[in-house]
Design a protein around this ligand. Structure first.
Ligand code: HEM
Length: 164
């Protein structure tokens, strides 16, 4: 009964829509203080850290879907995995854009120096680069074209991104 009820609830299109809006919550929370004109001592650091934290959180949420499906016996959870993964990529893009635009103002020389010298930037850069093919190939068309098996192998790269 419990499973039946929750399965029905999880299969509803409304659940997905509500979750989608909830996933936009962190973005709203980042923008809100600026809209209200609150004093933020270090706006760059605030955005860089908030977007970085949420990228990592969404990667962890995405990775926890498969074990949770088995643990809770709720196979329907699969419906949300791609959405969470793409939100991880969305926040990673914001995180990276913050760095490129607000921190380095697209100064290629400065960026190259950073990638070379500061190891966490090197690692972040690699992790982000790995997520790009995953986001591109997340559509049904790409999964079909690659074939299920090859797609799964490619998407295991998320473990490397999250691990870093
Ligand atoms: C999958 C990719 C990435 C993840 C999961 C990630 C995650 C994080 C996290 C969790 C933080 C710390 C936030 C905090 O302290 O609250 C952070 C900080 C930061 N990240 Fe990333 N990051 C990624 C990619 C990148 C990339 C590509 C760049 C730039 C090339 C970058 C640049 C930075 C910078 C500059 C900071 C601030 C460090 C500081 O203020 O000390 N990250 N990131």
């Amino acid at each position: 009964m419990h499973t039946l009820l929750s399965s029905k609830w999880l299969a509803s299109k409304w659940t997905k829509a509500v979750l989608f809006l909830l996933c936009l919550g962190p973005l709203a929370a980042i923008i809100w203080p600026f809209v209200r004109g609150y004093t933020i001592p270090n706006p760059l650091e605030f955005i860089q850290h908030a977007t970085g934290d949420w990228t990592l959180r969404f990667l962890v949420i995405t990775l926890s879907i498969t074990p949770l499906r088995q643990l809770l016996r709720l196979p329907e959870l699969i419906r949300f995995r791609r959405m969470f993964g793409l939100f991880a990529f969305f926040y990673a893009c914001l995180h990276f854009t913050t760095y490129l635009w607000f921190d380095k103002v697209f100064d290629v020389h400065e960026i190259w120096k950073d990638v070379y010298k500061r190891s966490f930037i090197t690692v972040g850069f690699l992790a982000f680069t790995l997520l790009i093919p995953l986001a591109i190939t997340s559509t049904a068309g790409w999964i079909r074209r690659l074939g299920g098996r090859r797609w799964r192998i490619l998407h295991r790269a998320i473990y490397i991104s999250a691990g870093w």
